[in-house]
Design a protein around this ligand. Structure first.
Ligand code: PEP
Ligand code: MG
Length: 324
């Protein structure tokens, strides 16, 4: 099967009827970059930088981080690198940070809330990223932003990072700025936030968790509260609509993007950048390049009218347009 999939590596990333979709990679470590190059990913759509912390016992310095991001850019050879700032907390507990105990860590000081409470960690990471951006194409992305006040506060910290670099006479590269859509509030609040960002990316793992109020790490809930459900599809459609209206780029970086069966639905809903686990990228690509966009749109319209989780998963499974 792998050999068969390999034939798709050099195919143009578009449907039979010429609709282009970018297939990017989710990475957690620098060694994932050779893995994504092997499958022809068009860049990194999500670098989960908190993995750096999981493999360390203190926060790496600005200089150490700068070197890591430069090394990643070197491996990418001009392809874009989307760096998500540390998403600390909840299921990504970093024991040596000694965070205060919380009864509900998933609803607590996580993602950007942690960053705003610990600005020194955030600013030194942003400084490393802004410096690395001199050596490649960098997109800077923030996890768990739900409302404009958080975004404004982050932008203030980014300005502080820039002025510190200017003072230190360190060169700053261009970055585009985006947020991960992981809560229903983030999507409802897009009209106010979109003018402040260049792009957004749907984090469907947390979006499902926070929309369905179902712990993503609890296996007993997985079947009744899946990542693809009527509520999630409505939120994805709403996010696409807001982004098209504001002419902003939208992508998806949650695990549903790594499921080849879901590709026709996502593309049919209007997602045209998907970030995928490198191991699944060619299987997803096979379903893209052998399909027709106009069929994907019909499929998405059909699935969007279904109100039962079971009907949706049946329709997704039943939609097979080729041998994979
Ligand atoms: C998500 O929540 O969908 C996402 C991409 O981020 P993570 O899985 O790292 O929380
Ligand atoms: Mg997330």
């Amino acid at each position: 099967r792998h050999l068969k999939l390999k034939q798709f590596k050099d195919d143009k990333c578009q449907t039979q009827d010429g609709h282009g979709v970018k297939l990017l990679a989710n990475i957690g470590t620098l060694s994932d970059i050779s893995r994504m190059n092997d499958v022809g990913a068009q860049g990194v759509g999500l670098f989960r930088t908190e993995f750096i912390l999981m493999h360390a016992n203190s926060v790496p310095s600005e200089q150490q981080q700068y070197k890591m991001y430069c090394e990643a850019l070197f491996g990418l050879n001009g392809l874009p690198l989307t760096i998500r700032t540390f998403d600390i907390g909840a299921d990504k507990d970093i024991p040596w940070l000694n965070q205060q105990h919380e009864d509900n860590p998933a609803l607590g000081l996580r993602g950007i809330r942690f960053s705003l409470a610990n600005p020194h960690i955030f600013i030194s990471q942003v400084k490393a990223i802004l410096r690395a951006a001199c050596h490649g194409t960098v997109k800077l992305m923030f996890p768990m932003v739900s409302q404009i006040e958080e975004l404004e506060a982050l932008l203030v910290l980014i300005e502080q990072a820039k002025s510190q670099l200017l003072e230190q006479q360190k060169a700053i590269g261009n970055v585009s700025i985006g947020i991960v859509l992981e809560t229903p509030a983030a999507i409802l609040n897009l009209p106010s936030m979109l003018p402040l960002v260049n792009f957004v990316s749907i984090g469907s793992n947390d979006l499902a968790q926070y929309t369905l109020a179902a712990d993503r790490t609890n296996p007993t809930l997985a079947n009744n509260y899946p990542a693809v459900s009527p509520a999630i599809l409505q939120l994805i459609s709403m996010a696409v609509m807001h982004c098209k209206q504001a002419d902003k780029e939208i992508s998806l970086c949650g695990e549903i993007g790594s499921n080849p069966e879901v590709l026709p639905l996502l593309v049919g809903l209007g997602i045209d950048n998907i970030s995928i686990n490198p191991a699944n990228l060619l299987a997803v690509k096979a379903n893209l390049v052998t399909g027709h966009y106009k069929d994907f749109v019909d499929h998405a319209q059909h699935v969007s009218q279904l109100s039962r989780i079971e009907e949706i998963s049946q329709a997704v499974k039943a939609y097979k347009h080729h041998a994979f």
